[in-house]
Design a protein around this ligand. Structure first.
Ligand code: FAD
Ligand code: NA7
Length: 573
């Protein structure tokens, strides 16, 4: 199908190319039909391409004149010209995590023949898991459950103030918790398999690697290879934890991939890294009463609002987590084997020549994650990756540099690395590919929560980013400290929880940044994120009647601006 204009020389070249290949095309000359401009507008929406010619082959968008000739030269065009039915599947999804499963299920609901490949390469410590990807097995789910286990410990302390009396010694049992969490995860793995089967999606527990256009080699645990073809592919292979590349790291350290199913209590733990995975793990381990140190290379929670990040850190510090700032490990040595054993960590300052040593039972690396894109033959079919980050650049319809290959989730460049983002973009992609939908995934104002001992929820811009984008003089920031009612009788500290909104004065005091540090921050943030999608302003917040007594109600009574410098400490309840 060629969308063309009769006077356009590039359209003529493309038409000549297809006719030289003996291919009969449908051609729509947009300058010769009444609604040509409208069609061009819709095409631009769907394909992100404003110009003609705009070429589709067997429902796959190829592009303009240059892209069509490039596809011809690489042989891709000839492949696309084969009938759809020449392929084994309409869609093969590589990666059965949040993004891949949502895309596969939606495509199957829309009547397509779909296959999902999912394979977990065991961690250097030998840990592997079932279907569902990072979130279910080694991410959000076990992390939040361990966070909950730690919060229950805090609740036990609070409960005495509320009159609960008990004599038994309270202690935490790692094995009991881990077993219960892993049982829950197994039930989720089973649920995913079942729901694929119900929707007639073929699930293959094997590793996928492209070998040529439209063809993937699939290798199972036993090394047996099978080949499949598909008209379209979605890559949703996610990320895996990075290692330091120093002596002893892969041999002796664990990562979040190992922690949640560790068969023994990790004991005295060094957490290396300062982003949310690091701080969340450090937080719940300390909540179980373990001796926990976080080694920070530079700042806490890079990318998040730094005022909030520092408050997260100082609460953790006041509740027993030690921080070693501006140090990086240089060597890990095993002193004793065991479950857990004993490790010596040598670290050096990032600012000078100082070195320090420490002995820990466990070293947990949480220093970032690498995209799983380098060992799957992407170069063989010409899918471009960002060589530095390994991420796959995609356009606003999640299409890669190869027209029939799409990418969603953590491996797509510039997108928030969050489960609901992967799910939404996978689902909408399937609807655009196989339904009649034009809806694109909206990556703006995606809310998130850091589940540290004091939770931090946010939506929109960090203060630093808002200043960079809108300039300080155009912003009004409202903030307050607050004391959750539940904390008063429990005797927990006042002036610790904090709420902040950043408003754009040039746009009716529109809320462009929402930040809360307090209990249930995720629950609070979710609703306000919906309000921000609807264009929340400071006036609308003031017009909203609060729910008393809750933490969320502070946002309906914000009065003090940061620029006023007025005292925000709370004197009573
Ligand atoms: P994944 O879920 O990682 O799935 C990719 C799958 O593809 C994996 O199963 C992988 O083994 C498989 N695979 C890779 N290569 C191949 C191949 N060649 N062939 C076959 N299969 C392959 N997000 C939140 O929203 N909230 C949270 O609270 C949260 N907490 C997190 C906590 C931790 C500790 C971590 C690590 C992440 C957390 N995340 C959280 C992020 C969230 O887990 C990810 O954003 C999400 O899982 C990304 O989904 P995905 O589909 O891109 O990839
Ligand atoms: P991030 O967000 O990539 O952060 C990595 C953290 O580790 C950050 O604090 C880094 O410090 C630190 N880091 C990175 N390299 C080193 C070395 N070599 N030594 C010491 N410290 C280091 O990683 P996360 O694992 O928390 O999360 C990644 C994604 O996983 C996240 O988006 C979710 O989707 C799940 P820096 O600030 O760079 O100095």
């Amino acid at each position: 199908m060629i969308f063309s204009k009769s006077y356009c020389p590039h359209s003529t070249r493309v038409k000549e190319l297809f006719s030289s290949l003996g291919v009969e095309c449908n051609v729509l000359e947009l300058d010769q039909v009444d609604d040509g401009a409208k069609v061009q507008e819709v095409l631009s929406e769907i394909t992100n391409q404003k110009t003609v010619p705009n070429v589709f082959v067997n429902k796959v968008h190829v592009g303009g004149c240059d892209q069509t000739f490039q596809a011809y030269q690489s042989g891709l065009l000839q492949k696309l010209l084969q009938e759809d039915s020449a392929y084994d599947y309409d869609l093969i999804v590589v990666g059965g995590g949040s993004g891949g499963l949502s895309c596969a299920k939606e495509a199957a609901i829309l009547g397509k023949k779909v296959m999902v490949l999912d394979f977990v390469v065991p961690s250097p410590q030998g840990t592997s898991w079932g279907l569902g990807g990072t979130c279910v097995n080694v991410g959000c789910i076990p992390k939040k459950l361990m966070h909950q286990a730690a919060l229950l410990g805090q609740a036990l302390c609070d409960s005495r103030k509320f009159g609960w009396e008990y004599n038994q010694q309270v202690k935490h049992n790692w094995e009991t918790m881990t077993k219960a969490i892993q049982n829950h995860i197994s039930s989720l793995n089973w649920g995913y398999r079942l729901s694929l089967r119900e929707k007639a999606v073929a699930y293959v527990n094997s590793y996928g690697e492209f070998v040529e256009h439209h063809k993937i080699k699939v290798t199972n645990k036993k090394g047996q290879e099978t080949y499949y073809t598909a008209a379209q592919f979605v890559i949703a292979t996610g990320e895996r934890p990075r290692y330091l590349g120093i002596q002893g790291d892969k041999e002796y350290c664990i990562t979040s991939d190992d922690l949640f199913s560790l068969p023994y209590c990790p004991g005295k733990t060094l957490v290396v890294g300062a982003s949310y995975v690091a701080l969340e793990c450090a937080g719940f381990l300390a909540g179980f009463g373990l001796d926990v140190t976080v080694m920070v290379r530079s700042i806490l929670l890079r990318g998040f609002d730094q005022e909030m990040a520092e408050k997260v850190g100082s609460y953790m510090e006041q509740h027993g987590v030690k921080f070693l700032r501006k140090f990086i490990p240089v060597m890990i040595q095993q002193l004793e084997k065991g479950s857990p054993g004993k490790l010596k960590v040598l670290a050096k300052s990032t600012e000078g020549t100082e070195t320090i040593e420490g002995v820990y039972n466990t070293v947990l690396l949480a220093i970032g994650r690498d995209s799983c894109t380098r060992k799957m033959g992407l170069e063989k079919i010409g899918v471009k990756i960002n060589e530095k980050s390994g991420k796959i650049p995609v356009n606003d319809v999640e299409q890669t540099s190869v027209p029939y290959v799409y990418a969603v989730g953590d491996i797509s460049e510039g997108k928030p690395e969050l489960t609901p983002v992967a799910i939404q973009s996978g689902k909408l992609l399937a609807r655009r590919l196989f339904g009649a939908s034009l809806e694109k995934c909206d990556y703006v104002n995606v809310p998130t929560t850091v589940f540290t001992p004091l939770e931090y929820g946010c939506c929109g811009l960090a203060e630093e980013k808002a200043i960079e984008v809108y300039k300080k003089e155009n912003l009004e920031i409202y903030h307050t400290l607050f004391w959750p009612l539940e904390w008063t009788v429990a005797g927990r500290e006042n002036n610790t929880c904090y709420a902040k909104i950043i408003c754009n004065k040039l746009d009716h005091d529109r809320v462009i940044g929402f930040h809360i540090l307090g209990p249930n921050a995720g629950e609070v943030t979710q609703g306000f994120a919906a309000a921000m999608k609807c264009g929340l302003t400071k006036q609308l917040l003031d017009d909203t009647i609060g729910i008393h007594p809750t933490c969320g109600e502070v946002f309906t009574t914000l009065e003090i601006t940061k620029s006023s410098g007025l005292d925000i400490t709370q004197k009573g309840c």
